[in-house]
Design a protein around this ligand. Structure first.
Ligand SMILES: [Zn+2]
Length: 300
């Protein structure tokens, strides 16, 4: 039979592959399978360099595949604990409000950033809920909060901050409370509780302490250009709190952090007024900012 040039190439390839297989795999796997159990019989021959390199390469490959999986499973676990914290806080707020004529717990807004942790230790929501949730000083910290240690070192700091529209009345410049149709300080007056946000996850740009227990959502929207909506929001809440490897906060100027990183990956947990908790992707929050949709304002 006459072999064509093509046939010869194919034939040669097969022979070469077989040789490679014999040289590489037979010593490695064949030796393991045929290894004598009696140590006296075993010939003492070390692994060759190629065999070692193959093993190391396989281990490196497996590690490269599995580590991101482990990291994301770990973050998923922290996100679940965080959601459970928020659910308990939601129940606590409901119980507080039942005892206080339907009103929400107070927040530190009127005491200002200059006030000390100590001065605020009576009025922040964490302190208000202490009689209702035994573990409030534990569950006020989200396990994914990169500044969790600061929260723990503060008497009443927290990873979760109140929506301004359900916690902070509008005032004139003399401090007189104004009638504001968008603000609902009483639980039972919130028109659509299942669509109204109560608590957000706090931005890493905000210092943890008794004076940071609420956001200023009125300033998030109606900015020009609308990119400023997103920037204002990132200064107060962390819409990508639960992502693998959080956005670092150290060594970077606060506003720089908002633009240096892609902030659309990951999700954050949100507590609603009917006590349900939902994880919303940062990407969706960003699109709401782009549309100038003020999701913090209680819908009617
Ligand atoms: Zn304030």
């Amino acid at each position: 039979m006459q072999l064509t040039k093509y046939d010869r190439t194919v034939y040669n390839n097969i022979v070469v592959k077989r040789l490679h297989y014999r040289r590489l795999c037979t010593p490695l796997f064949g030796r393991i399978l045929t290894m004598p159990l009696d140590t006296n019989q075993r010939k003492l021959r070390g692994f060759t360099l190629i065999e070692l390199l193959v093993v190391i390469a396989i281990i490196a490959l497996l590690a490269a595949i599995l580590f991101p999986v482990f990291a994301s499973a770990k973050e998923k676990g922290r996100q679940t604990v965080c959601a459970s914290n928020l659910r308990q806080i939601g129940t606590g707020i409901r119980m507080y409000s039942d005892d206080y004529d339907g009103t929400m717990p107070q927040n530190a807004h009127f005491y200002g950033a200059a006030a000390t942790d100590e001065a605020n230790s009576e009025i922040v929501w964490v302190a208000a809920l202490a009689p209702y949730i035994q573990s409030v000083y534990k569950i006020r910290v989200c396990p994914s909060d990169q500044r969790g240690d600061e929260v723990k070192s503060s008497k009443v700091g927290t990873s979760y901050i109140f929506n301004e529209y359900v916690s902070t009345p509008s005032t004139d410049r003399f401090g007189n409370i104004l009638e504001d149709p968008d603000v609902f300080l009483e639980y039972d007056r919130i028109p659509r509780p299942s669509e109204t946000f109560l608590l957000f996850e706090q931005s890493d740009e905000k210092t943890r302490g008794g004076y940071n227990d609420h956001v200023h959502a009125r300033t998030w929207f109606d900015n020009t250009p609308r990119l400023r909506n997103w920037s204002a929001l990132l200064g107060e809440i962390e819409p990508d709190r639960h992502r693998v490897g959080g956005v670092p906060y150290q060594g970077i100027g606060s506003t720089q952090r908002r633009f240096t990183y892609n902030r659309f990956g990951g999700v954050a947990n949100y507590l609603y007024a009917d006590s349900h908790v939902k994880a919303i992707p940062a990407q969706r929050i960003k699109s709401w900012c782009d549309e100038n949709y003020n999701f913090a304002k209680p819908p009617r």
